[in-house]
Design a protein around this ligand. Structure first.
Ligand code: GAL
Length: 368
């Protein structure tokens, strides 16, 4: 009964994120490059990738609402499921042509937008990379994201902690590793953060990657597609975990892939007698009940409302001719250090889920 109550609260918290917003302006370090300002009613372009997880669907809705409430005209576009890169390039070009004053980009492929952001810049638009960095161009003005490397570190640590708790008698642990789509600039950063924690334990023999697949090229999941993760997990299990070989845990970079990995493990009967520890990210509604019942061990709370609110705060500063606040110089896109506003991600397990999701931010904060 108690379990049910907590689950309901957690799901309600996640669902409410869709309807709410929050301002989170913290430490400030100025950066140069403020635009000359622009008027209320100006167009703000928002180019988002395909809907690879719930957070992207929510972001589009929040940008529509938040930009309108801030007094501007929102032009929100998603890259479709096919031809995503060229379609996103075309969308950015069309936003530029239509005179957008700011173009916010959740890149489908951060390495392929150089000429489009350069044209946007020449036309006088400011470019904000949202959630995923845009690489190898000097024409990206700001980056706003959750601390991606920290996300990976939290996932790596959760995997270790979870296995220790679930397999108290084990001295060593058998694991497998998954990473995100190789066209997403975040994927290697998540993986780097996780390996910072896991590699020393692989080196000292505490962790054994039974398949031997530890290179990001081997662990990648094209398109962040669940089916690709499920197929790879099926193959890994069939080739390496026959008989009594126990699987203790899997590093999964997000919730969509975690659920696919869980399905594969269940089909192979490797969830018995003890459910392996599976990590995740994004606090997706379908994963929260799995976390409350221990089927998925952890996720990461990266409240999309806060990220969108921070982006809108940047847009408002740019409109007023002010330099937006930034708090990190950690992100070099290959050509320059991009002034960045980083928000802190939070690890969620069943122990802190209710607490983590209880502070539903207010709509006023997003829009004032
Ligand atoms: C990443 C994002 C994650 C997850 C993933 C798949 O770039 O930071 O939160 O959504 O894409 O969509």
């Amino acid at each position: 009964m108690r379990k049910f109550a907590i689950t309901t609260v957690a799901i309600a918290g996640v669902a409410l994120m869709a309807l709410s917003g929050c301002s989170s302006r913290g430490t400030t370090t100025s950066s140069s490059g403020a635009a000359a300002g622009f008027k209320a009613g100006s167009t703000i372009g928002v180019a988002l990738p395909d809907k690879t997880s719930e957070n992207w669907v929510l972001a589009g809705k929040l940008f529509e609402e938040g930009i309108a409430k801030a007094g501007f005209k929102a032009d929100v576009q998603y890259a479709p499921a096919t031809n995503t890169v060229s379609e996103q390039q075309n969308q950015i070009t069309s936003m530029t042509t239509k005179g957008a004053k700011v173009i916010v980009i959740g890149a489908k492929d951060g390495s392929q937008l150089g000429s489009q952001v350069s044209a946007a810049h020449s036309a006088g638009a400011s470019v904000i990379a949202y959630d995923r960095l845009i690489l190898n161009t000097k024409d990206v003005d700001y980056y706003v994201a959750y601390d991606n490397e920290k996300v990976g570190e939290l996932q790596g640590q959760a995997l270790l902690d979870g296995m220790k708790a679930r397999f108290p008698d084990a001295k060593t642990y058998n694991i497998e590793l998954f990473s995100g789509s190789s066209d997403d600039a975040n994927a290697p950063v998540f993986f780097k953060g996780a390996m910072k924690i896991l590699q020393p334990k692989i080196d000292d023999g505490t962790l054994k990657v039974v398949s031997g697949q530890t290179d990001i090229k081997q662990t990648a999941t094209a398109g962040w597609l669940a089916q690709n993760a499920q197929t790879r997990m099926d193959t890994l299990l069939a080739a390496n975990y026959t008989g009594s070989t126990v699987l203790n845990g899997v590093l999964s970079p997000n919730d969509t892939l975690a659920r696919a990995i869980i399905t594969s493990i269940h089909a192979a009967g490797k969830d018995k007698p003890v459910q392996p520890v599976i990590t995740g990210q994004d606090s997706e509604a379908a994963s929260i009940p799995l976390i409350m019942t221990g089927v998925q061990y952890s996720t990461i709370n990266k409240d999309t409302t806060k990220l969108v609110a921070q982006t809108i705060a940047m847009i408002k500063d740019l409109a007023a001719g002010k330099t937006p606040s930034t708090n990190s110089t950690d992100y070099n896109n290959g050509v320059k250090v991009v002034p960045t506003y980083l928000l802190p991600p939070e690890l969620v397990t069943k122990d802190n889920a209710a607490e983590s999701y209880k502070n539903t931010p207010s709509l006023e904060a997003l829009t004032k």
